[in-house]
Design a protein around this ligand. Structure first.
Ligand code: ZN
Length: 251
């Protein structure tokens, strides 16, 4: 009898675990989409074709990617992310918040005569630009969590991501008043759009890229800031990009 009760108890725990796994809102609150640990390093031998690469003789080119925007259009190789809708809270979906900020950055750069492309979740194949910024907003079940995060790819072959991060971080911190959240996730550094060795629809390895979680959509104070003052968030990112392009003598 004891054995039967024990087995029933284990069955109950297993069932409860499965139900809670599938019913928990992980997908709706995560930041950047998940990626496996096997993608943390680039396969050896893949880099030889890069040795002859040189920057195209073009004016400075900036890409602003709107996180989760038009997810449904993601290609077959990324179909698992079609349902990755990002954070949602307070009546806002993450992509809307990302899009407003991204459009504002685009306007500011265009006003300076800088070439800029706004990209949805789908990145054109082997996409190259001098600067690629993925705009996201964070989410957590813990509504006390607040602040922004910024990082680059696991392996930055351009060697410039840290410089771009440092310029954006400086302005973002002072202009937004948000604090830097140091809890960078594997989802961010292993962002699918950075994973050029795995996906065709990803950046070219010589694209300097960063991903920024602009604040927590699930935190009432961060959300109020992001939805009431997207222009402040956008201006800070814009200033960082311009500083970086100047440092690199691209403008
Ligand atoms: Zn996101």
């Amino acid at each position: 009898m004891r054995k039967v009760i024990f087995v029933l108890f284990i069955l109950f725990l297993t069932t409860a675990g499965i139900i809670s796994y599938f019913s928990s809102p992980k997908d709706s609150i995560q930041g950047a989409p998940a990626i496996s640990t096997s993608e943390e390093s680039v396969p050896s031998g893949v880099l030889s074709w890069l040795s002859d690469w040189s920057r195209p003789d073009l004016p400075a080119k900036v890409a602003i990617q709107v996180g989760h925007f038009k997810n449904d259009d993601l290609p077959e190789e990324l179909k698992k992310l079609r349902t990755s809708d990002g954070a949602s809270a307070g009546g806002y979906d993450e992509w809307e918040v990302n899009l407003t900020i991204a459009r504002e950055i685009e306007n500011l750069l265009k006003a300076d005569g800088i070439f800029v492309e706004l990209l949805p979740a789908t990145v054109p194949e082997k996409y190259w630009s001098d600067v690629f910024i993925a705009i996201h907003a964070d989410g957590s079940e813990d509504t006390e969590k607040s602040g922004y995060k910024i990082t680059g790819p696991w392996r930055d072959l351009t060697g410039n991501a840290e410089s771009l991060i440092s310029s954006i971080d400086k302005y973002y911190k002072t202009d937004t008043g948000l604090s830097l959240d140091p809890n960078i996730t594997r989802n961010m550094r292993g962002y699918y759009a950075f994973s050029w060795w795995r996906y065709d629809h990803a950046i070219h390895p010589m694209t300097t890229a960063v991903i920024i979680e602009t604040g927590f959509l699930t935190n009432s104070s961060d959300r109020a800031f992001l939805t009431n003052h997207p222009e402040i968030s956008a201006k800070a990112i814009y200033k960082g990009v311009v500083e970086y392009l100047q440092n690199e003598k691209l403008i």
